[in-house]
Design a protein. Structure first.
Length: 310
């Protein structure tokens, strides 16, 4: 019997700094890709024009596909058609009917996810969450993003904001301002900028451009740098303790620039999670993501492929 042919799908990834397009095979291979800087300052029309141009380039290389998916910065409305909320990283992005615009331009049905949701979907297909029925994804970098997957599907939530783990309150963040406008959320102490700012307060005479400097100092044995990274990881692990107790995931998959700061952050996260959750769940697997920047493309494309079949 002849094996069924692999089904290819288009994936798009729109972030605050870069737009990517890729054609993804059903086996998870990226068959063609293009990328370009995000023209964020020029507004949503320019961003979508860039995405469409990249998509046409990769499709010209591989041939037509039957489904397309987008992973995008911002909160996607629960119907998966438009952007409900967005930060200043993409001015004017909130309210943009991205699915309608992309479908009209490319003649393909589009499925739209938040970028961290698409990341987790990609890791579930061929990465760190492979085979898990329930999984939690965490992106720790400029902010703290999150996503939840149950039964192979990413949860959107009633307003599209399911999985916003960076806004779980933790004791270590009490009184600390969060970029969302509230106080006390874990992003206020566990993100890269938050830890960098804390180190600057502790050592005002030490020039610190970003978290990479803190990481370098920690590698040299600087106790303040080690403390900042350890405390940040501990705070995120504490937040995840409640999430794990609520969802009982098979795996927690973590990605993001903060993980490049050395072992202190992730080790503290694992220790705190073990202490903060139910004893029976303390051994939950915490794993680094495996697909890197391809995860969003893969997750967006695979979700679109599956929805096109239903």
């Amino acid at each position: 019997m002849t094996a069924a042919p692999m089904v290819e799908a288009l994936g798009l990834d729109i972030g605050g700094t870069k737009v990517q397009a890729g054609v993804i095979g059903e086996d998870g291979r990226v068959l063609a890709r293009r990328s370009a800087p995000t023209p964020a300052a020029e507004g949503p029309d320019a961003v979508l024009t860039t995405a469409v141009a990249l998509a046409r380039d990769v499709l010209a290389e591989t041939g037509p596909v039957h489904a397309a998916g987008l992973g995008t910065a911002g909160v996607v409305a629960p119907d998966g058609r438009s952007i409900a909320h967005a930060t200043d990283a993409l001015p004017g992005w909130a309210g943009t009917p991205v699915a309608d615009r992309l479908e009209a331009a490319l003649g393909l049905p589009f499925t739209v996810l938040g970028d961290v949701q698409a990341f987790l979907a990609g890791e579930a297909v061929a990465g760190g969450a492979r085979g898990a029925d329930v999984a939690v994804g965490v992106m720790a970098g400029t902010g703290i993003g999150g996503a939840v997957l149950v039964g192979g599907e990413v949860l959107r939530g009633a307003t599209g904001a399911a999985g916003h783990l960076g806004h779980v309150p933790v004791p270590a963040a009490a009184g600390e301002p969060c970029p969302c406008g509230r106080t006390g959320h874990v992003e206020a102490v566990a993100s890269g900028p938050a830890m960098t700012a804390r180190f600057r307060r502790m050592r005002p005479t030490t020039p610190v451009a970003d978290l990479r400097v803190v990481a370098s100092l920690a590698a040299e044995g600087d106790p303040d740098a080690v403390r900042v990274l350890t405390d940040g990881g501990h705070a995120l692990g504490t937040a995840l303790g409640g999430v794990v107790a609520t969802l009982d995931p098979g795996v927690v998959v973590i990605a993001g620039g903060v993980l490049g700061s050395g072992p202190w952050y992730l080790n503290a996260l694992r220790d705190a999670l073990s202490l903060a959750t139910l004893p029976s769940l303390a051994g939950v697997t915490v794993r680094r993501a495996e697909r890197g920047s391809d995860a969003v493309l893969l997750g967006a494309a695979d979700t679109a492929r599956r929805h096109a079949r239903t």
